[in-house]
Design a protein around this ligand. Structure first.
Ligand SMILES: NC(=O)c1ccc[n+]([C@@H]2O[C@H](COP(=O)([O-])OP(=O)(O)OC[C@H]3O[C@@H](n4cnc5c(N)ncnc54)[C@H](OP(=O)(O)O)[C@@H]3O)[C@@H](O)[C@H]2O)c1
Length: 268
């Protein structure tokens, strides 16, 4: 099995060129990925499946989180390498507890599972839909992260990647020049804004344990997330490369920050 360094893994990232400031500030050596263990939630399809595939291709043991065993098993077979099924529904406390009990050491947790809801402004949306979306995108991340913290604390280089969205950026939402200047997809976008806040708070809280926590804006990708994503031409694999970069950050890499898939910073 090939041992990848951080530089190998980031070579495919369009925004991270060796001559760039981002590269200079973030480059370092992770020292290989053999024996690293990752968990990707919601990895049976879409961006999560691509993240799992790229981590497995790099030689990691990857737990493919899926709330449905059959869908997860199919994904595991397609991904190959040392991919393994982990049945995990991020909104079900018993499922989370069962999954966490199976974890020994966990090096990388990618909180990817997410739902979107419809293209509605807040006045058009009902509170129940807000609750449902927050259950997955916000409360699910808290529950899963807290359950797997003991396993992450056993790792020498623990990393958490929260798959957020540029649509959750309040800086962009309040910029009339930005394409995100609107109240559309209010429940989904505000859930990602909350996830961004949690990213900062977890990063501060876990810094002394050496656990790096960053948020990723994957860009618009062709997945089943919602009608806008399904109609887009964005390649989920390109977004996944950004998650892999954050998952394998060196020890002097950033924490508590928000990055686009191409490693450029996103304003909160
Ligand atoms: N696609 C985009 O343009 C885009 C842009 C910005 C951010 N994102 C974010 O990227 C992440 C992945 O989304 P995607 O675009 O790949 O959408 P997707 O194809 O719909 O995939 C979502 C994944 O989350 C899983 N999931 C949903 N609820 C779950 C739960 N309660 N427990 C466990 N798994 C659950 C789904 O499983 P099932 O198959 O069982 O439903 C599926 O595997 C999300 O956090 C999303 O907000 C996507």
């Amino acid at each position: 099995m090939r041992s990848y360094g951080w530089r190998d893994l980031t070579q495919g990232l369009a925004g991270v060129r060796p001559e760039s400031a981002t590269w200079r500030s973030l480059s370092g050596s992770f020292g290989g990925v053999d024996n690293l263990v990752a968990l990707v939630t919601g990895a049976n399809k879409g961006i999560g499946k691509e993240i799992a595939r790229q981590l497995a291709d790099a030689g990691l043991t990857v737990y493919v989180g899926s709330r449905d065993a059959a869908r997860g098993e199919r994904a595991v077979e397609e991904i190959g390498g040392d991919a393994r099924l982990l049945v995990l529904n991020v909104t079900d406390d018993a499922s989370i507890a069962d999954a966490a009990r199976q974890a020994g050491t966990l090096d990388i947790l990618v909180n990817n599972a997410g739902i979107s809801g419809d293209d509605k402004t807040p006045d058009q949306e009902d509170a129940g839909t807000f609750r449902r979306i927050y259950q997955t995108n916000v409360f699910g991340v808290v529950a899963v992260t807290n359950a797997f913290l003991p396993a992450l604390r056993r790792s020498a280089h623990p990393r958490i990647v929260n798959v957020s969205s540029g649509t959750g950026s309040l800086t962009w939402a309040t910029d009339p020049q930005s394409r995100h200047w609107s109240g559309r997809y209010a429940a989904y976008r505000s859930s990602k804004t909350a996830l961004n806040a949690l990213t900062v708070f977890y990063a501060r809280t876990l810094a002394d344990d050496g656990i790096k926590v960053n948020a990723l804006a994957p860009g618009l990708r062709r997945t089943d997330l919602n009608a806008t994503a399904a109609a887009s031409g964005g390649d989920p694999a390109e977004a996944a490369a950004g998650a892999v970069w954050l998952a394998l950050l060196p020890d002097d890499g950033p924490t508590g920050e928000f990055f686009s898939w191409d490693a450029t910073p996103v304003p909160w």
